[in-house]
Design a protein around this ligand. Structure first.
Ligand SMILES: [Zn+2]
Length: 286
């Protein structure tokens, strides 16, 4: 049993110790110098007023902070405020807006916005790479209007909460099919609507369709794409009611946040899954 409460207490009282506990949990604790790669040469140099340790490498003499490579590096915001932001996000219904977070944390709107964007960016770097298999649904949705519009292709493994959301330039066969080959295991059952550009998937997948234009949304029990349709409804609802629209520039990050929450909300502790990822240095994730 992982002692979550102990880690939380440590992160607030002695941030560096809490970070080390988290990294030991994920097996991503730094054992070598990030500047020269020397192993076993790190000596504690100092602890700053935020409780973050800095180390000096005895080989190259360079110093760096415990948070190097994370969103907390050189951040003036206390670790406790970051933790609160994460708690508010995880416990919110769907998502949290920057305006809401700024009120809750007592920080300016731009600061709250930057915090949320940094969290989204870091979460987007490790969204799971397993292939989708067994029962997979696919569909596309249009987000935004005119110049601000994106087409998003969605694929979801039914019953497993594994999802891919990919911004695509068009819905042509040569655009869709490579993504399907990349993310869906050959031989899986593959459910879509009757869009003709999915017909090619019949070569390598057991492809079955429903004809939405004729009012057919499910047949034979299993043949439907209602899971992905529900996901579109959820995402669009959050964008409309909480974020009041999203610019094209940042849409991928909002989608990544949705993927992260969707995949981990029910299978594990979303809060600690997020924490582990946020405290893992970027160079460990890429
Ligand atoms: Zn070094």
């Amino acid at each position: 049993m992982i002692k979550y409460q102990k880690i939380m207490r440590k992160l607030i009282s002695h941030p560096s110790s809490g970070i080390i506990m988290l990294r030991n949990l994920t097996g991503r604790h730094r054992k070598c110098c990030i500047k020269c790669g020397a192993i076993g040469c790190l000596h504690l140099n100092d602890t700053d007023k935020r409780g973050i340790r800095t180390y000096q490498c005895q080989a190259c003499k360079k110093t760096f902070a415990e948070t190097y490579g994370t969103i907390f590096y050189r951040s003036k915001i206390p670790i406790s405020s970051w933790l609160l932001a994460l708690i508010f996000w995880v416990t919110a219904t769907g998502s949290i807006s920057a305006a809401d977070l700024s009120r809750k944390l007592g920080v300016s709107h731009p600061t709250a916005w930057k915090m949320l964007m940094k969290i989204r960016e870091q979460l987007s770097k490790d969204l799971g790479q397993d292939m989708l298999e067994d029962l997979v649904e696919a569909d596309e949705a249009w987000f935004g209007k005119k110049d601000n519009q994106d087409i998003v292709m969605g694929m979801v493994q039914r019953g497993k909460r594994k999802i891919r959301l990919i911004v695509i330039p068009n819905v042509k066969e040569e655009t869709l099919y490579p993504h399907i080959r990349e993310h869906v295991k050959v031989g899986s059952r593959f459910f879509t609507d009757s869009r003709i550009t999915y017909a090619i998937t019949g070569i390598r997948y057991h492809h079955q369709t429903t004809n939405h234009s004729k009012g057919e949304f499910a047949r034979e029990g299993e043949v439907h794409s209602n899971t992905i349709e529900q996901i579109w409804g959820d995402i669009k609802g959050v964008i409309r009611t909480i974020h009041h629209g999203i610019s094209k520039k940042y849409r991928k990050l909002y989608l990544a946040q949705y993927i992260f929450a969707y995949q981990f909300k029910h299978s594990t502790n979303l809060f600690f899954k997020s924490l582990c990822q946020l405290f893992t240095p970027t160079y460990c994730l890429i």
